[in-house]
Design a binder for this molecule. Sequence first.
Ligand code: GLN
Length: 489
Amino acid sequence: MHNKTIKELADGLRSSEFSSVELTQYFLTRIQQHQHLNAYITVTEDLALQAAQVADERIASGNATLLTGIPIAQKDIFCTLGVKTSCGSKMLDNFIAPYNATVVEKLNHAGAVMLGKLNMDEFAMGSSNENSYYGVAKNPWNTTAVPGGSSGGSAVAVAAGLAVCATGTDTGGSIRQPAAFCGITGLKPTYGRVSRYGMIAYASSLDQGGPMTRSAEDAAIMLQAMAGFDEKDSTSVDHPVPDYSQGLNSSLVGLKIGLPTEFFGEGLSRNIATALDIAIKEYQCLGAEIINISMPTLTLAIPTYYVIASAECSSNLSRFDGVRFGYRCENPVDLADLYTRSRGEGFGREVKRRILMGTYALSAGYYDAYYLKAQKIRRLISDDFKNALSQVDVIMSPVTPTNAFGLGEKTADPVQMYLEDLYTIAINLAGLPAISIPAGLSADGEGSTPMPVGLQIIGNYFAEAKLLNIAHCYQQVTDWHRHMPNGFE
Ligand code: GLN
């Protein structure tokens, strides 16, 4: 049952092949059995079984949605009423959210059953899940490799069959990169498509929640429930939500796919390039036309992002002061001591590094040289995408430069870790939607474990339906999305 999609399980629930309580119990047992993967920070067993019972009644009464009774899990960045919401940090280890994030509220409303809260890099800062206060989540394809980050727990849970699907958030690649490393489908929607209310802020102008699933078809179902205008989020966009499942099978004949030379050059490992070559040929067989394009500003994305994201995080994380939320140091002697020790003891190294970088970039003497400059480059990057997307329908690229790397391999060198987001970060700076889909398995060398490869498809603003259609058509003629890691089939 753990390798089935939302669609398949929804059919089973409707035909009474199994109940949601049985399904939920099955997943709870699997989570227990695979605890060593460290995918979950909190398992909400009792709440899940209660929700499953309610879902069974709803299905029997005939007013269920496709998600009713389906066991899902939430990245621990989304506030969940009455349930610990840690954001992967010691700072919030004792934080019980007093309300639900809009995304949580919407998925609950659809009848999805929450199994628990998933592991992640502290405050979503990271590319390997190694910055989590709760320890790294393990990649089920090879437990000595990282699962990617920051939504590492989400990717592991879906890949190993410890949830049918999961939520993730993506500030610079955190849905797409772990999806690629773990062989699942991950969609980062257009900025403003999914409400950020109750999603703990890292870099507000970049953060966006989205679905992490087994297939594009499932991503369409999940996004349907998550998307939409929310008056509680001032950056949420009031744009109609289409039926994401309706056009999944539309023909790709005549589709213009742009391949930016900057994304297929230096830095991309040979085996990933080879796998993507085959995937792109598959699209040609489906009738698409390939057009080589150039996007010269892409190479500026990483430095630009690390100025802007750090600046925004230094401001967002100032709310954690030992007074209002979370961790408070023992026996503070005065207010300054309370602030400095609570923050010093509550935050991890990477979070502190970002706060320092951001505070520096925003300080009076350096604002123009760093922050303002970065904002200007951000505009150039957006213009570059606008220009490219006026020539082609979508852009395809790698998601990651290499296969999932080894645990501990990049922790000593933050810049190496930042370079992991080479192909994902520019999309957040432009606010565009992009999806990562499994497009092959590749081994680094003879004798090494074959690992999943991701293909990224980038579209214009609010073109999620088109991305899902393009991803779904590929999944109809290939079965990479059906592969499960050894021992988890
Ligand atoms: N790896 C990037 C960072 O550490 C992106 C993280 C994310 O998308 N949340 O900032």
